[in-house]
Design a protein around this ligand. Sequence first.
Ligand code: KG4
Ligand code: ZN
Length: 331
Amino acid sequence: MAHYTLGIETSCDETSVAVLRDGREILSNIVYSQAHLHEKYGGVVPEVASRNHIKKLPFVVREALDQAGIAFSDLALVGATYGPGLVGPLLVGLSYAKAVAYALNKPFVGVNHLEGHIFAHYLENPDAPPPFVALIVSGGHTLLVEVRAYGEYEILGETRDDAAGEAFDKVGKLLGLGYPAGAALDKLARQGNPKALALPRPMLDSDSLEFSFAGLKTAVVYYLRDHPDAARADVAASFQEAVVDVLVEKTLRAARQRNIKRVIVVGGVAANSRLRERLLSQKNLQVFFPKMELCTDNAAMIAACAYFRHTQLGQRDPFDLAPQPGVNLTP
Ligand code: KG4
Ligand code: ZN
């Protein structure tokens, strides 16, 4: 008999619900984005996000079940993100997931959002298992991780301040690109000269695997102050090139240091066309980027992680599992 997993993701401003068959086949992966509600504030407003998750989640669940062609009673497992993320939004998805599991008398698994991103690769490339180095780059996080096996992680480096996606969003805002600005900046950069501005490559000289993007953003602020008529496409291209230079160099360094020949890139910034181009052209390295809809926040990756942890590691979480807004990938 087929095994159906329901996955729920509400850590930020996407309400997402997915159904998987036997842990790897995506029957539905509905993503309802609230970005339009937050755009005028230039960032996610937690209270607005929580309230909208409450309003939309039941409908998104209904749609996910309908598209998968199953009923609640067919579900064998329920997984939901418990952190990191915004506490209110997390609480909504987590409570809903627990209620479904409790009502059906089925196991419930809480999923770490960062581990979830790694499972986008699990879904898409079953033939390319760990060990690999994972670059997790999103609006909230920038991490390099050695994945020895699914479930076994060592953090090699993280950002000390802004996440890469956050830097894209802030610089994009300065360029009048709305929120979130990553995709629009990527597009604008294609018409610009990446060498037009001499921007810093933060932390590139040190041999650490840490990142820092706040100074780069500040450099753009000062440049625009001193050159109000600068071509926006040149600013976008130069900024993007600086971020990508650092991400690529540190990722290659991590793979070299750990003697690993396989790399995966996940999270929203993995959608960046220049990052893809630069990493995919590396010789002697097998590089994987999940397809776009699995890079950005989605519940299929959360369901896949829940399925793996339940079936392979025997995990089943208590119903008093609380949201953990600040949790990292490893303790
Ligand atoms: O993983 P994600 O959907 O949500 C978080 O967990 O944060 O990532 C969203 C981030 C945003 O900062 C967005 O601007 C960025 O990913 N992003 C991009 C691109 N598409 C999305 N950044 C650079 N280039 C892109 N093409
Ligand atoms: Zn994410």
